[in-house]
Design a protein around this ligand. Structure first.
Ligand code: ZN
Length: 144
């Protein structure tokens, strides 16, 4: 039997984040005063010091900002999964998230790869994993 996987803290300030994923959507905390995103959720805004925030749906799209291939498991629970890719996704809201890609061989990982969120149940918790998308899906930039 495999060792148990670590579980994220799904309570407190982050509870709405995990609940949104369980509902099949990615939501982000945003400052109610200056509208800066706060991920992971924190009690005070880094930009303006505001202490009120709201939960808003994310576009759920972004690109791989960085990645590594894990060859040695960081915990015994992941021993059967190596090698696997660990990615840093930069969401289109300019929020960074560490995750993994589903259905993507490690030799296909690339910086700049367009991805979209793929909420995936794992041991009773829905995680914000990502999947590759066609580069044509990149949003159009508006303005200067
Ligand atoms: Zn703020």
């Amino acid at each position: 039997m495999n060792a148990p996987r670590p579980r994220p803290a799904v309570t407190g300030l982050a509870a709405p984040f995990w609940q949104s994923l369980a509902d099949g959507q990615l939501q982000l905390a945003r400052c109610a005063t200056c509208h800066a995103y706060r991920h992971p959720p924190r009690p005070v805004c880094d930009r303006c010091g505001g202490d009120h925030f709201e939960w808003v749906p994310s576009l759920g799209t972004g690109e791989v900002s960085s990645f590594t291939v894990v060859h040695r498991p960081t915990l015994p629970a992941f021993a059967d999964e190596v090698p696997y890719g660990a990615v840093v996704v930069r969401l289109d809201e300019d929020v960074f998230m560490v995750s993994q890609l589903v259905d993507c061989p490690i030799d296909a990982l690339a910086v700049g790869m367009r991805v979209e969120v793929a909420p995936t149940e794992c041991d009773g918790v829905v995680l914000p994993l990502f999947r590759r998308v066609d580069n044509a899906a990149r949003p159009t930039t508006i303005g200067p």
